[in-house]
Design a protein around this ligand. Sequence first.
Ligand code: FDA
Length: 310
Amino acid sequence: MNLVRSALLYASQNRWMRVRAPQYGFVRRSVARFMPGEHFDDALNAARELAAQNIRALVTQLGENITSPAEAAQVRDHYLSVLERIGASGLPLEISVKLTQLGLDLGDELCFKNLIALIDRAALNPGAATVWIDMESSAYAERTLALYGRARDTYPNVGVCVQAYLYRTKADIERLIAIAATVRLVKGAYKEAATVAFPRKQDVDENFFALAQRLLSNEARQRGVRTAIATHDRALIARICDDAAQSVIARPELQFQMLYGIQAREQLRLAGEGYDSRVLINYGRHWYAWFMRRLAERPANVWFVLKNLF
Ligand code: FDA
């Protein structure tokens, strides 16, 4: 992992920076590239524009590691009202949530109850909208997958994210295939030790491709596994599209997810060529840690932030 990336990931967890950085105008202006605004309405408007271009959207209210049951309940209630508004909007919009935002640090049962309330409500929306569960640092991986498994036992409309940089993901995917899971595959965005994650990007990319092949295999699809390939890596996307064409997977069956503001042209190209192209839109006030992870993914973004200083 290079030094800049490490420094940015370290900064993402720094309390002093978390309080101060958002107060600077140039930092706020830079964030605007990655999120249309701090309010759900900003995300909804962006989702409407994307829908007009045949791109479906997912929304996330930023925030993680809440520290009281009352805060977790607030987040749950916020998402319940968001699901209500999505239902009324008629847009094919889904939500993506972090379990530590629903109280995972306060106990599995509390978090699970909040999660189930959202899945139950989402099921009433058109097409029984999926509730996507983000994957956070590796310390939460086992509990996240266990809670996902419990939810999946009862509900079909729930998906979970897995990270190609973790060694454990190869085995986790077999567990997920066995329960006909809905899976979002990403490279991974947290600072992880070499004991748990591939340190070299090249190895992460190769593992991503191998995991995608397994998730899109005949066996997995016949069991009912649904997969979203979530990356902006165009070379990897091209490789996966070629491989899927050889396995005769129809384009609309191949789902890609990207983040708002990143590789927008590629999102459009995929939609135009008949693939299922989706964009995750973030909103909310607590964007600091998330924004630092976006900078770490592409340290050239730091120059973009500095340009906004002048
Ligand atoms: P890679 O980092 O190799 O980037 C490929 C190319 O994309 C770069 O060369 C650049 O051109 C462009 N690019 C990538 N990131 C950029 C950025 N920030 N700014 C500008 N250009 C950029 N992670 C996680 O740990 N848990 C999760 O739950 C999720 N959820 C999630 C959902 C969705 C829909 C996406 C797209 C991603 C996530 N991630 C995530 C983040 C993921 O783990 C990863 O950090 C980023 O997607 C960046 O990696 P890429 O796969 O894009 O490849």
